[in-house]
Design a protein around this ligand. Sequence first.
Ligand code: SF4
Ligand code: SF4
Ligand code: SF4
Length: 403
Amino acid sequence: MSGKMSFWFDASACSGCKACQIACKDRHGVEAGRLWRRVSEVSGGGWKQEGAAWRHDVFAYHLSISCNHCENAICLEGCPTRAISRREDGVVLIDQDVCVGCGYCSWVCPYSSPQYDAATGVMSKCTLCHEDLDLGLEPACVGACPVRALDAGPADELAAKHGAPPGAAEIPPLPAAHLTEPSLQLAPHAQAGRSGEPEVELTPRPPRGLREWSLVAFTLLSQMAAGVVLFAAGFRAFGQTQDPVLMPLAAALMLVALAVSGMHLGRPRRAVRSLSNWRTSWLSREILLALTFFGAILLAWRPGWLAAQWASAPAAIAYLTGMAGVYRQRTVPVWNTWRTPAAFFLAAFELGILGSSVLLIATGGLRVTPLLSGLLIAAVILALFRQIRRRRDYYSRYRRIGI
Ligand code: SF4
Ligand code: SF4
Ligand code: SF4
């Protein structure tokens, strides 16, 4: 066998029987609820009035999609632990002894391929049955298809054998091929041209597996910590002495945020491995910048250490930039805009200013009337609720992207 491996799929031939999906589960012992290969129905159309008559133009066809062992695999680029690698023949694999179960590969994959295995706390996905390929056998899903709608093998051989038209593997609801360059050749269904229509449905949709509460808590607490540090820098810029309670507040917020972020991992004891892929992974960079920021706050704690206090402000800005980089990924178009960093910086300023003001009032560093202090406390609670709602909305928009 030579050349990069690829899948070939004929959407016109597929009957939606799901034999490939079941054969894959059977071959790899994947439990109910987790799918390495997913057969989805693309359907659309409706009733239309033509004169006195009503006619329908409904359509439905199926797509059988697994990991596409992409040439430009964003999962590999984004994985903070370097658990994902690509073999010489193009097969993309997850090393489950290295994975921390952060789920980031699943976030950024536009095909939702990596699946969280709750039993082991790590990710898993299609391996292209590489053990079978190495023995010259075909993958289980390919062998199980009763209508030969699926095939796998070296890309050039598949192209010569089936001659799939170029560009068909990115017809909606499949994502644009330039995002990851999937190893997928596809013969489109006759109705594929209509699959971009607004009322078209894809069922079932893959689960996104975002463990949201810890992500929401982590981002909001650490944004507030960054905001408190920037608020303190503002105080100093106007010639005021920094109040001694601000850095302890920022440190406490950051400590809780880091502890909460560990709860997001399937394998928290391996967390330190998340620092290893800072060259390509924004998640790795974010964690490094978060730890640097935390260290800068601890150094700035001592009232006399002015240089450390000033250094904590750029550390906060770098950290917020790193956090935005985690979300601004080319495969998540709704997040990949300037609005993402803008929203994170605005949230940091809002939460930081309000949180600092309340603490200063409570500790006597700022004297205001009881009415104003009550209003400020109410504003902090409202701001937190609004940010939580915004963040949940942010994640819910994410779910509508890709297949
Ligand atoms: S389909 Fe997703 S998981 Fe598979 S190689 Fe491409 S980006 Fe990675
Ligand atoms: S460490 Fe995270 S990104 Fe890497 S494979 Fe595991 S879950 Fe995916
Ligand atoms: S190639 Fe193997 S692992 Fe991948 S979907 Fe087919 S049966 Fe499953």
